[in-house]
Design a binder for this molecule. Structure first.
Ligand SMILES: *Cc1c(COP(=O)(O)O)cnc(C)c1O
Length: 338
């Protein structure tokens, strides 16, 4: 195995760079549970400002940030409308139900990642003792690497508001969405009451997510964060990494998107592979099942880490270069040429 790995399993695998580590070690810190950590306060204020919201709240993970948001919007016996393939529904261990006593009302995502408006409308329950109270619409952008169309987001959130629902965006990769669409991140966040943003994905921080929203909602989420065990003490060392990422790593997301397009084009030249790519940092490839495990092993021998299941996902990020992508394409061609 070569020394340096080309890891395409996720954009969570990036390592903090030397200057990021320097920013972390230079961070001014305090006890954030007491509200005393100046670097955490700065991160929260910075993201609130960039997203056009009143307040922000730092979390150890996006899972916890999403959960605290759901719990801020919904009480016991309430429900939220969400996509079948949404992270907050499918990939967070059922936390809303388990820990929040919140009933999910999942809807099949359309191929573009949206939730069809008529299905949202039909899922909103009348106010009646028989039903959970429908309180929230939760969307995700990007979803499966796809950008939610802005016109759709405007319509869906308007529908929610008209029916008295609040709105949450799982914006784990909303900076990818902003860079790919050429829109300010504030425009993408504006239609939502709360947005959860991951600094530990393509932005390249080792840890941390920030929830943004109104002061009132953030205050409620802050209480739930404590209840969920997410109150952190001298968290400024982590917030410093997130601030560094926001200052230095946003523009570079365009390179990740470009690398993903390059990878998609290269893999598409291989007859046995069918490629789907979207505007951001993910490439989905359908590889005949019999080849998945052997190709994964072939890659691994060449220092390339992938997760080969049917419709394999390759994720580009700042620790993968253009040359690395060429190495991956070359290895895939070599494998299928044998
Ligand atoms: C990664 C991710 C999260 C949160 O993940 P954590 O690993 O808990 O930080 C939430 N939503 C989406 C869409 C994600 O990709």
């Amino acid at each position: 195995m070569s020394e340096r790995l080309i890891d395409l399993r996720s954009d969570t695998v990036t390592r903090p760079s030397k200057p990021m580590l320097a920013a972390m070690s230079a961070a001014e810190v305090g006890d954030d549970v007491w509200g005393d950590d100046p670097t955490v306060l700065k991160l929260q204020a910075t993201l609130a400002e960039r997203t056009g919201k009143e307040a922000g709240l730092f979390f150890p993970s996006g899972t916890q940030s999403n959960l605290a948001a759901l719990m801020a919007h919904c009480a016991r016996g309430d429900e939220y409308i969400v996509g079948q393939s949404a992270h907050t529904y499918k990939y967070e261990g059922g936390g809303a139900a388990v820990l929040g006593s919140i009933q999910p009302q999942p809807i099949e995502n359309a191929p573009d990642g949206s939730l069809p408006l008529e299905k949202i409308a039909a899922a909103i329950k009348p106010i009646d003792n028989h039903f959970a109270r429908t309180k929230l619409l939760a969307l995700e952008n990007t979803i499966g690497g796809k950008l939610l169309p802005a016109a759709y987001v405007a319509q869906a959130t308007q529908l929610a508001r008209d029916r008295g629902l609040s709105t949450h965006l799982d914006g784990a990769r909303v900076f990818n969405a902003a860079v790919a669409s050429g829109k300010p991140v504030g425009d993408l966040c504006a239609p939502f009451d709360t947005v959860s943003i991951c600094c530990s994905k393509g932005l390249g921080a080792p840890v941390g997510s920030v929830l943004v929203g109104s002061r009132a909602l953030i205050d409620v989420a802050s209480r739930w964060r404590k209840v969920l065990g997410g109150g952190m003490r001298q968290a400024g060392v982590l917030a410093a990494a997130c601030l560094y990422a926001l200052d230095h790593h946003v523009e570079g997301l365009a390179q990740d998107h470009d690398n993903a397009a390059h990878l998609a084009a290269g893999l598409a030249q291989i007859d046995q592979i069918t490629v789907q790519s979207h505007a951001t940092n993910m490439v989905f490839a359908q590889i005949p099942e019999a080849h998945c495990a052997p190709l994964e092993a072939f890659f691994k021998e060449r220092g390339i880490l992938t997760q080969m299941l049917y419709a394999s996902r390759f994720v580009t990020h700042r620790d993968v270069s253009r040359d690395d992508i060429d190495t991956v394409i070359h290895a895939a061609k070599q494998y299928f040429a044998r």
